[in-house]
Design a protein around this ligand. Structure first.
Ligand SMILES: Cc1ncc(COP(=O)(O)O)c(C=O)c1O
Length: 420
């Protein structure tokens, strides 16, 4: 109803004053319930009731970005040449730093001109890579315990996902032999994430060899999410899928600065892989945005160039926290092995409890917030995740709260807690 003329030619009726219900797309509303949103509501409810919560649910790093990186960002921002739109694929300095890192760390040669693209976070990069290769007719292969975007990006474009089971007795690694032939025929994308959020599993290079061979055979893009590649402990070293000969034909690998350098708020990451794959990802991105601010890229390039000095204290802090939390849970009857990577601890739930029921119990009885394992898919139903986002005193306080509430792994068969 924009012009006077049209008003005159079609007089207003009563129905013009009724506001029609505007509904979001089916692709959005058909996504499975977001368990994280349920957790937010539960926390809000508890806080409104006066609860004092220790929140170990979120994966947001609590420490600041190291000062030399902040200084590099500030210095770059002071230069007005960084104030325009950043170059689409990333600044030359950033792309060269990414390629040099890939060579030093993994002995993988990357052409900084064509085989790397700067991203505003691995999360959106992975969503864009999915959009570049999957559509309504294709299947995306995703583990049944997964970081949400790995599966949800496919749902948002109307594609189908097939969940590959991650069994604890296989070290939370998928068994590619169990994927049905008709699924493999329609599969266009596979997503792997090792070191794995939330289980902390680290995959050997042999798993990537198998995955690359399968993807090459069937024409499948392998999205490998290495967000935690540098957060490993106990002499574990996470490999890159690109170490496998021929991997550049099928692999897009995602590296994030969020956890390695406490830069989650700066929104920067990069993807590396074969030129055609990078071109396709870049093709989606140029249609949707402009990329990460150039000063942030300058700080990230500084971070990669100095990673050997910068990452040590960050990794050591997470290792100390892991040891403190694990020791606490052992004192409560859990027998789990320590995870060798990531900033999370993944523990089994005592028999008889569902993941969300268990989470509610810990909040109600102890004021300790954890993430129910099913927030990461059906394979997580019997587990819960704790984030290492506080130092030992806070983690010990959480353990004491659980102890005071009578929560132990080995006495939860006693239904009294549930009735309380
Ligand atoms: C497995 C995994 N991939 C990607 C991300 C997000 O990375 P970014 O901050 O670079 O978008 C996270 C954040 O928690 C994650 O756990």
């Amino acid at each position: 109803m924009s012009s006077t003329t049209s008003r005159r030619s079609s007089p207003a009726t009563e129905s013009d004053h009724v506001v029609a219900r505007l509904v979001p797309s089916r692709r959005l509303t058909d996504l499975p319930t977001y368990v994280f949103a349920w957790l937010d509501e539960l926390k809000a409810e508890a806080l409104a009731g006066g609860a004092d919560l220790i929140d170990l649910g979120m994966g947001n790093p609590d420490q600041p970005t190291p000062k030399p990186i902040v200084d590099a960002i500030a210095a770059a921002y002071a230069d007005p040449r960084t104030h325009g739109y950043p170059p689409f694929r990333g600044t030359k300095q950033f792309r060269q730093a990414a390629a040099a890192f890939m060579k030093r760390r993994f002995d993988v040669s990357i052409d900084p001109e064509y085989e790397v693209v700067c991203l505003s976070g691995a999360k959106e990069g992975i969503a864009h890579a999915t959009m570049a290769f999957a559509d309504e007719s294709t299947v995306t292969l995703v583990p049944d315990i997964y970081y949400p975007v790995h599966g949800r990006a496919t749902g948002l474009i109307g594609g189908e996902t097939y969940l590959m089971h991650l069994a604890p007795e296989r070290g939370f690694l998928p068994d590619f032999n169990t994927i049905p032939a008709d699924v493999l025929r329609r599969a266009r994308v596979m997503v792997l994430n090792y070191p794995h959020n939330p289980t902390g599993a680290v995959a050997p290079l042999e798993m990537f060899e198998e995955a690359v061979a399968l993807c090459r055979r069937h024409g499948i893009l392998l999205i490998s999410d290495l967000a935690y590649s540098e957060l490993t402990f106990d002499d574990r070293v996470a490999p890159s899928a690109l170490e496998v000969p021929g991997a550049k034909d099928v692999v897009l690998e995602f590296h994030s600065f969020s956890k390695t350098f406490n830069m989650a708020g700066s929104r920067i990451a990069f993807a590396v892989g074969g030129r055609d794959l990078i071109d396709a990802l870049h093709g989606v991105r140029t249609n949707m945005g402009y990329g990460t601010p150039a000063p942030i890229q300058a700080g990230a390039a500084y971070a990669l160039d100095h990673i050997e000095q910068l990452e040590g204290p960050i990794v050591a802090r997470y290792r100390e926290r892991r040891d403190a939390l694990l020791a606490g849970f052992r004192s409560l009857g859990w027998t789990a092995e320590p995870p060798h990577a990531t900033m999370f601890v993944w523990l089994p739930i005592p028999r008889g409890y569902g993941a969300q029921e268990w989470t509610r119990l810990l909040i109600d009885r102890a004021g300790v917030v954890v993430t129910p394992g099913n927030a990461f898919g059906p394979g997580g139903e019997h587990f819960f995740r704790l984030s290492l986002i506080g130092d030992a005193p806070l983690l010990n306080q959480a353990i004491e709260r659980l102890r005071d509430a009578g929560i132990r792994y080995d006495n939860m068969g006693d239904a009294s807690l549930r009735r309380a």
